[in-house]
Design a protein. Sequence first.
Length: 668
Amino acid sequence: MPNHLINETSPYLLQHAHNPVNWNAWNDKTLERAKQENKMLLISVGYAACHWCHVMEHESFEDPEVAKVMNEHYICIKVDREERPDVDQVYMDAAQLINGNGGWPLNALAMPDGRPFMAGTYFPKENWIRFLEYFAGIFKNEPNKLDEQADKVSNGIRNIEMIELNKDPHSIKNEDLEEIFNHLKRSIDFEDGGTKGSIKFPMPAIWEFLLQYSYSGKNDEAVNALKITLQNMAFGGIYDQVGGGFSRYATDSKWHVPHFEKMLYDNAQLVSLYSHAYQLTKEPLYKRIVYETLRFINRELTSREGGFYSSLDADSEGEEGKYYIWSGKEIRELLGEDADFYSQFYGITSHGNWEEQKNIPDINMGNHSKEIHDFEESANQHKIRSLNNILLKEREKRIRPATDDKILTSWNALMAKGFIDAYKAFGEESFLQTAQENIDFLLKDILNDDNSIMRNYKNGKASIFGFLDDYAFLISALIDLYQVTFREEYLQKAKMITEYVQLHFYDKSSGMFFYTDDQHSKLIARKMETSDNVIPSSNSEMAKNLMKLGLFFENADMQQTSFQMVKNMKESIIKNPGYFGNWAQVLFMQIHTPFEIAITGEAAMEKLQEFEVHYLPDALFLGGKNSSLSLLEDKQAGNKTMIYVCKNKTCAMPVENVKDAIEQMKEK
């Protein structure tokens, strides 16, 4: 018989719906029941693409012996961390406080009111049973001990990442950017790219900052670090050489062996990063990576409504990476006389370049000239593409990894931004069309009448109220979409949603934003998200949004909030930029106040597209007819199309040519 999860829409929760464990979803009814029955909570958090989550399910949660212990002593709650990051954040903080580390699966024990007293990650079956029985005994005989521990842990959780208002009158300065780079470069691997370490995550926010920094200062070290990283990721096993798209991270320092799950948010941000890098360098490799990755998104992670699915699992047929790897024999049989050429290029061997008889296609492992930049536009590139198409068709006959087909607002907005950035770099109309369809879908199906939004969408239903990241990235995508379409309704909607955030998320005492809406916050602690990790933090993205909207709408209060947020975080940004990369971008924008480029006239869109091929991180674009934006007032010039370069409430003389406008930007 199925448990209570059978009524959920999350693929991760549904995977556990037929476990013998009497799982419940996180909701008011479940929490109230725990109090009424005076039973401890067992909160198990994971996500669909998590390998060790599946392992623990097979070893423990599918086992009747384990389920008996869990059901007897605990109210068991399964949480999809991607749907409920607020719940995950609280109990992950508990794990960090108790053990000094965390991860997924996350398994926490809590008092009936939700206060955690113990938390850990993966447990083998026998250890798990002993763990559960031990705390069941204490709860029965000495509950005061657990109550005291729960109080200590809960107080610690409340104090983590709480930000104080910085009243220091000193402002930010250009030297801060130098200091950030000097701190950052100590952690950069200048040989293989990325940051130093035996495990490598792409961390796009870091490289986006380096792009900005290299643009403003023409810093050779920053450009070099960026190029090494982008090339080695694109050539390595972390990139799916056959089908496009990036895996979540590499388990080695050379980007060779991925943890094979593919996440929407990684690919979204990397599309933006490679598009921006192409605008700056015109490197053909970056264009190929963007096009191939977006083909993967369209092929495997796009819904019929125009939404984007969350992820692809790492495992298929119970084996990690099975869908993506090849034996030397398979390559020979499929590619025939071209097998040797292909194998040399991708480092494929008869004994395997990963595990025994298992190969991961990896250009870095191949036997070819290191000078392969010309390869991107050579005949061999066309040959490689043709051979990869053969393998892709064969691969599609295999059993695919499971798709987590829930649609999350924040991740969808990031992907829409990726399509917009790709459109700007390459002028491909289909990219813009996809982005616009996605944003229109989100506004139709996740936006409420009061400008609040929902986090999730599946099977025609949205059931979870949005968190700050959902708002922050949707606002950001709307701002970007306005700037490539000049359809002002998108910018106005961004402003209205921002006003909702200011009303229901803002904390006056710190000048920051809570992660949860004050109308829907029922956890033991109301948290703030400030560190930029694999996804930028919601506070840093809101600081960026407020800066931009403040300029568009000449709203000094919005700009001042953004400045205060950066001032609050300044010490962390400078000293630990590896975890504050998006904040560093906002700091850059506040030092180098963006130009406001107003374009008016019949050919405004054509002029805009001429700008878009350039990397201009210090520019905002506005235009269109019948605009309510004050900067566009009195700027219509008859039949002429004019460009106004403005900054700090001052505009240069209007010009007709984009080249002249860019020269004006250099002069200011």
